[in-house]
Design a protein around this ligand. Structure first.
Ligand code: GTP
Ligand code: MG
Length: 373
């Protein structure tokens, strides 16, 4: 078994912490809220956990505290929104110290099997703590989409160093995007070294995940040339590596040929990360072959991009982009929770549907009501 080695990014401070803190405190949180007010707030809402206790337990790495914190972040209940932001604000300075890895690929490419094998390797052979998250923008029902995956990650889900969380559902208090990013911060504060984010379902999840991770990998299948042609060039342009999975048994030779073809394509594409030449590799998630090599590629990537500053630069840009999506969330939240809007919206909606007024004038009236507040 390889000796435990803390990855280098543990020693690096995040430049963007300050940036994030100011946004969160400015828009959402009330870090200086007096004790008495907090007490009253909590009495009125018995479903809100004790935030300070939660913070302490989470920082100790307690799984139940992490799970409860994520539930709070994911909640679509209005009275959970602010306490969740207060908790995040408290934890921000403890976040940012993991490597965030996104994994995409067509259904059946072996993403879940790969995460099971790769995650187990990181936990057992390298002694790292691994959190697995999933992003499924189409998910409307909480916890639905990855339940099947938990059974595919049976070994990993029992590993004391691993934590697996299903994709959150979207809701009016912010989409999957915000919830997954915030969950990532919570996992980091709880001491996770590696965060694996699997894209679930087909759609725009690849772009969403690319925007929240440091390293993005595309898991591919062996296939004939035309299959490769059919592959969306856009997705290959996002990938820091292409891994041809299922390189085992009779499929192995074909996998090596496919890898060579991907290498040729990658060579001509704009690099996904400045200063990093994306390359293709093969592996067998099922038979645990080529897995350690992939980790070495990720370590090399981290080393190269941290030295060049590209790593931090990407995180800064991602944080900046996050600000805008949080502003949208907050605007939406404050609009729909305003009492006058709540009263007027159904009435105006009916008028529009009945053909008594135009959508534009209806929205204009709602916004003038909103801006009077
Ligand atoms: N031979 C072989 N089979 C594999 C390998 N990896 C995965 N499989 C099989 O491929 C099938 C799909 O694997 P999953 O891990 O569920 O794939 P996925 O990409 O997560 O699929 P979705 O979640 O549906 O998008 C399963 O039957 C796996 O057992 C591998 O390395 N070799
Ligand atoms: Mg899967």
């Amino acid at each position: 078994m390889a000796p435990f080695k803390k990855p280098e990014w543990h020693q690096n401070e995040r430049n963007s912490d300050e940036f994030t803190t100011s946004v969160v405190s400015g828009v959402h949180a009330e870090p200086s809220m007096p004790q008495s007010k907090k007490g009253r707030f909590q009495k009125r809402n018995p479903s809100i956990p004790d935030i300070e206790q939660l913070e302490q337990d989470l920082l100790k790495g307690e799984r139940s505290a992490l799970a409860r914190s994520i539930t709070l972040i994911e909640s679509n209940a209005e009275h959970h929104f602010r306490p969740a932001q207060v908790l995040l604000h408290k934890l921000l300075s403890h976040s940012g110290k993991s490597i965030r890895i996104g994994i995409t690929g067509v259904p059946g490419a072996g993403k879940s099997t790969f995460i099971e094998t790769f995650g187990t390797y990181l936990c057992d052979d390298l002694g790292l703590n691994v959190a697995v998250l999933a992003v499924d923008p189409s998910s409307k029902v909480s916890g639905g989409s990855i339940l099947g995956d938990k059974t595919r990650m049976e070994q990993l889900s029992r590993n004391p160093r691993a934590f697996i969380r299903p994709s959150p559902s979207s809701g009016k208090l912010g989409g999957v995007h915000r919830k997954t990013r915030e969950t990532m911060l919570l996992c980091e504060a709880a001491g996770f070294d590696v965060i694996l984010v699997e894209t679930v379902g087909v759609g725009q999840s690849e772009v969403i995940v690319r925007d929240m991770v440091d390293f993005f990998m595309l898991l591919a299948l062996t296939g004939a040339g035309d299959e490769l042609q059919g592959m969306k060039k856009g997705i290959m342009e996002l990938a820091d590596t292409v891994i041809v999975n299922k390189a085992d048994g009779a499929n192995k030779q074909m996998a090596l040929r496919t890898k060579a073809e991907y290498d040729k394509i990658l060579h001509f594409l704009q690099p996904a990360t400045k200063g990093w030449g994306s390359r293709a590799f093969t592996c067998s998630a099922m038979y645990n072959e080529g897995i350690a090599d992939i980790w070495q590629v990720i370590e090399k990537f981290t080393e190269v991009t941290q030295q060049s500053g590209v790593f931090e630069e990407r995180r800064r840009l991602q944080t900046k982009e996050w600000i805008y999506s949080m502003i949208m969330d907050q605007l939406q939240f404050s609009f729909f929770q305003q009492p006058e809007i709540k009263v007027m919206l159904p009435k105006i909606e009916n008028d529009v549907i009945a053909g008594d007024r135009t959508v534009t004038s209806a929205v204009e009236e709602l916004f003038s009501l909103y801006s009077k507040q």
